[in-house]
Design a protein around this ligand. Sequence first.
Ligand SMILES: NC(=O)c1ccc[n+]([C@@H]2O[C@H](COP(=O)([O-])OP(=O)(O)OC[C@H]3O[C@@H](n4cnc5c(N)ncnc54)[C@H](OP(=O)(O)O)[C@@H]3O)[C@@H](O)[C@H]2O)c1
Length: 226
Amino acid sequence: MGNYLVVGHSSGIGRALTLLLTEAGHKVHGISRGSLGPAAHAHIADVTTDPLPHIDDPLDGIAYCPGSITLKPFRGLKPADIQKDLDINVLGAVRVLQHYLPNLQKAESPSVVLFSTVAAGTGMPYHASVAIAKAAVEGLTKSLAAEWAPKIRVNCIAPSLTDTPLAARLLDTEEKRSAAAARHPLKVTGRTEDIAAAARLLLSDQSRFTTGQVWHIDGGISSVRI
Ligand SMILES: NC(=O)c1ccc[n+]([C@@H]2O[C@H](COP(=O)([O-])OP(=O)(O)OC[C@H]3O[C@@H](n4cnc5c(N)ncnc54)[C@H](OP(=O)(O)O)[C@@H]3O)[C@@H](O)[C@H]2O)c1
């Protein structure tokens, strides 16, 4: 059994991933700022500002789940909005990966999963700030996959709209849910389990031949037109 760190285990995709890893018998460390999540070894920290908790175990995998969905017309975007998106999506991930690199190095075949968004690869109105930040996450994924090969694999998942607390206001009426589902070729929006299953695969040795990839788990919206 392995040791994993899920940053953002208290909600959404990170919570679903933590449950999958725990059910499979792995030891899961979790970090979040407030409410405790399902990880057996839960730590409280704001990964953008606080000292990061010490973990003794080698880490077979890290999933960095904190993120944002900032939707604002470009003309009203302030530098502070963009900085906030960079802090949570990019610089938090950088801090976490630098801090826990020794733990990854101690594991046999470690793997890292980061999160982008469909809006980094496909232009969508009002997404400029989050697209800037997530495009940086995709760049980080590829750079680190190169720098850390062959020991540590680094991949990224780019979901489309998924039913989590982060996306709640985009899916809080039946009309919004149906309209969002209708935009996707598969005519559904994402469930946390859909994305967590992909993250779990990328964290496991079943994806041992995969690194530096951005995996679009998005109901086909980024690549299919029907
Ligand atoms: N949901 C979607 O539709 C969607 C679409 C595209 C991309 N994504 C991306 O997928 C990833 C997961 O999204 P989600 O919807 O599952 O998010 P979520 O429901 O908001 O969960 C985020 C998790 O991260 C933790 N977190 C947030 N800020 C933190 C901080 N500064 N320090 C420590 N922990 C922090 C939260 O716990 P606390 O609040 O307790 O800290 C929570 O456990 C994100 O990167 C998001 O951008 C999501």
